[in-house]
Design a protein around this ligand. Structure first.
Ligand code: ATR
Length: 275
């Protein structure tokens, strides 16, 4: 199988490691190549990929939205979110998918099988593409009460409107979110705060959360972010970010190859690789 990744910059991506491992695990001969291209090279690179023998590829920053005009078809999630992270090529006919949100939900459920009950109340911190993908996946799991807090509250409002959730969800400022944290079963941090150069910052303080609350951070470097350290001090349950990365890749591989993989088969090696 010919697979790959398009984005810029991508030299440090972990996707080649994951997909080579999956290819080997399933006994499939193949290659996962990096197609790093700057925005000027992107149209030519897409033409080249369309005419090539590639079976599928991942899409990352800054092309998750820009790739859409080049695709022939979109799955429901990609259509709804207006963003694609996985493309399957059917003899040059390109189909776009988005496995980010589903990858997050799978990762969470692998660790906590009581998570994502329809009665759960969730707080999402941030309003970028990752927040949208996760919001969409939670709705698909039947969760209804999902509040979104963001530095720019108008952006949080837009997420809720776009996902047609205004009857059950509220947009909050970060300060408003902080004031009433005890109501949440799950708090999900979706921004880059917690990663270098903002390693020592947290978007909100977690004072007042429930011991049973799951605090989840999609940042995976460092593994235990400042927010997760604070959650641990509060006695909350923790969910780390690397599981989402692994599970979105496993779901992409399944789209290309038809082969499903339990994340537990690769998790220990992946955690070792991340160290
Ligand atoms: P992605 O698509 O990767 O999720 P994005 O679209 O760049 O990322 O969105 C980044 C999110 O992180 C936004 O919610 C952003 O807040 P604003 O909408 O107010 O810009 C949030 N974010 C990034 N850096 C931040 C910081 N230093 N403080 C607070 N929020 C931050």
């Amino acid at each position: 199988m010919q697979l790959g990744l398009i984005g810029y910059p991508i030299a440090h991506s972990l996707s080649p490691w994951i997909h080579h491992r999956l290819l080997t695990m399933h006994g499939i001969e193949g290659e996962y190549s990096l197609y790093e291209c700057n925005p000027e090279q992107f149209p030519d690179q897409m033409e080249q990929l369309k005419g090539s023998k590639i079976n599928g590829f991942n899409v990352t920053v800054p092309y998750k939205e820009k790739i859409i005009p080049y695709l022939d078809e979109l799955d429901e999630a990609a259509k709804f979110l207006g963003a694609v992270n996985t493309v399957k090529s059917d003899n040059g006919r390109l189909i776009g998918y988005n496995t980010d949100g589903r990858g997050y939900a799978a990762s969470l459920l692998n660790q906590y099988d009581d998570a994502l009950k329809s009665s759960d109340k969730v707080l999402i911190l941030g309003s970028g593409g990752a927040a949208r993908g996760i919001f969409y996946a939670l709705l698909k799991h039947g969760v209804k009460k999902i509040n979104v807090a963001n530095r720019t509250v108008e952006k949080a409002q837009r997420v809720i409107e776009d996902l047609q959730a205004h009857s059950t969800s509220s947009a909050l400022t970060l300060q408003q979110a902080e004031e009433d944290l005890s109501q949440y079963d799950l708090i999900i941090q979706t921004t880059s705060v917690g990663m270098a150069p903002e390693k020592n910052r947290t978007l909100i303080s977690l004072t007042g959360i429930n011991a049973n609350t799951i605090v989840s951070d999609i940042v995976y470097r460092p593994k235990k972010t400042s927010l997760l350290k604070e959650a641990e001090r509060q006695g909350a349950r923790l969910h780390y970010g690397h599981g989402m990365l692994l599970n979105q890749a496993i779901l992409a591989f399944e789209i290309w190859s038809g082969k499903s993989t339990a994340a537990s088969r690769i998790m220990t090696a992946f955690e070792e690789k991340l160290k």
